[in-house]
Design a protein around this ligand. Structure first.
Ligand code: SF4
Length: 439
């Protein structure tokens, strides 16, 4: 059978889709890029916020409207885990729905292919990109009042270390130059098995297992859970990048308390530990603007926190109420126009800080991992390729525009020649294949 898979939502969903594809390829089904060529249309949905649900429904509707009568339509993933009825109500023609991690059940329902296809080998693991995502755990035990993830994904469960090593080796063998470790809460790795510092040990194991992968990047650390042991392990391991994503969600203690998130004092311990161990560390964070009851004063505390902490990258969302979460039913919801205006003010400040951080890089040498396969032309007419430095995670952070022609996956020593608000302009110093620790 030929299937066409659409993946919506976050990087973790991309990993889920890859697992689903592994199950389907085990049954010798073949992926096709054009829905018209498919026997089965699959949508892996996101149900994190209302906007994501609306996008999921519109994609399902579109596929449903354009399909032939002999094409099946299955909807899977986060949205069908929590709101399969909404999906069926919106698009009654859907043939089947599955929740998260039911990949084998989906493959079993489809059965094995009766035709045999030659499945082409992929040269790189993440669909032509030099980076691959490694999901180290799923689910979450934290009590954040705005978040539906624990209801969707259940209790935190860590993946087996040996399985992760095997997966990392597979990506390394396929040519991956970067492994991006993702989870709902990466710092909880191994906790349910009673392990202490499980994440630090996992990093050590992976760094040793795939020394040929020059970049290992860690995402989604919980504030206050980055211990000195973890920070020191990151600093010591030559292929673990001095980069960390710590979603703070707010910069006012009163709001953090209402969100049931760690206080600024607790978060500071993590920030201090990581900066002390790795002075060149690049920090990314995310904030929610307009959480129920957020006063102008609390919002200004968030701005002051951003000004003080000078994160390299900031992502922000306006609060979107989730049915089934404590904050979703709170009576003191902030008006949409107030949320939008605060979001604009926050992003204006974040952009200024990001530009200052980027300007501080000018004149420094760093490695650029080339991502694009096709060189484009700079304003002066010379070829440039698009890549990233250690400071930028794929898809969410900035880019590095590098003069010259290099293949995707090349790691090129470069000097930062110019700074844009989110991106860097770089000149090559010399091409090489190994990275230094500080990028
Ligand atoms: S730590 Fe993250 S995934 Fe877990 S409940 Fe809080 S916001 Fe949700």
């Amino acid at each position: 059978m030929r299937y066409h898979l659409v993946t919506l939502g976050c990087a973790k969903n991309t990993v889920d889709s890859r697992r689903l594809e592994q199950a389907l390829r085990g049954g010798r089904h073949l992926a096709v890029t054009d829905p018209a060529d498919a026997d089965l249309l699959l949508v892996n949905t996101c149900g994190f916020i209302d906007a994501a649900k609306a996008e999921s429904v519109s994609v399902i509707r579109e596929l449903d409207a354009g399909r032939r009568r002999d094409q099946r339509l299955y909807v899977v993933g986060c949205m069908t885990e929590i709101a399969a009825d909404d999906v069926r109500a919106a698009v009654p023609g859907v043939d089947a729905t599955f929740g998260v991690e039911q990949w084998d059940a989906i493959a079993a329902q489809i059965g094995a292919a009766d035709e045999r296809f030659d499945i082409p080998e992929r040269t790189l693991p993440a669909f032509g990109q030099p980076s691959a995502y490694l999901k180290i755990s799923d689910g979450c035990d934290r009590p954040c009042t705005f978040c539906i993830i624990p209801a969707i994904k259940g209790r935190m469960h860590s993946d087996d270390t040996r399985r992760l090593v095997a997966e990392a080796r597979m990506y390394a063998a396929a040519g991956a130059r970067e492994l991006v470790l993702v989870a709902q809460d990466s710092t909880a790795y191994g906790e349910e098995r009673g392990e202490r510092d499980g994440l630090a040990r996992l990093l050590e194991t992976l760094a040793e297992a795939v020394p040929e992968v020059p970049w290992i990047r860690l995402m989604y650390a919980y504030p206050g859970r980055v211990t000195r042991t973890l920070a020191e392990a990151m600093a010591r391991l030559p292929n673990v990048l001095p980069y960390l994503d710590i979603p703070m969600q707010h910069g006012s203690d009163a709001v953090l308390r209402r969100m049931k998130r760690p206080s600024l004092r607790v978060a500071r311990r993590s920030l201090d530990a990581i900066r002390e161990a790795m002075p060149a560390v690049a920090l990314r964070t995310t904030f929610i603007v307009g959480y129920p009851g957020e006063s102008e004063r609390e919002f200004e505390e968030l701005l002051a926190f951003v000004e003080r902490e000078r994160f390299d990258h900031i992502g922000a969302f306006t609060y979107s109420p989730q049915r089934g979460t404590p904050a979703g039913d709170a009576p003191d919801q902030v008006a949409e126009r107030v949320k939008e205006s605060r979001y604009g003010r926050l992003m204006e400040l974040a952009q200024r800080v990001s530009l200052e951080r980027n300007r501080a890089m000018v004149g420094r040498e760093t490695d650029v991992l080339v991502e694009s396969t096709e060189p484009t032309r700079s304003q002066s007419g010379g070829p440039i390729v698009v890549g990233r430095t250690y400071r930028d995670a794929p898809e969410v952070d900035g880019l590095a525009f590098l003069k010259g022609e290099y293949p995707a996956g090349a790691l090129v020593r470069a000097r930062v020649a110019g700074a844009l608000p989110y991106d860097l302009l770089c000149d090559p110093v010399q091409a090489r294949t190994a990275a230094t620790h500080t990028g």
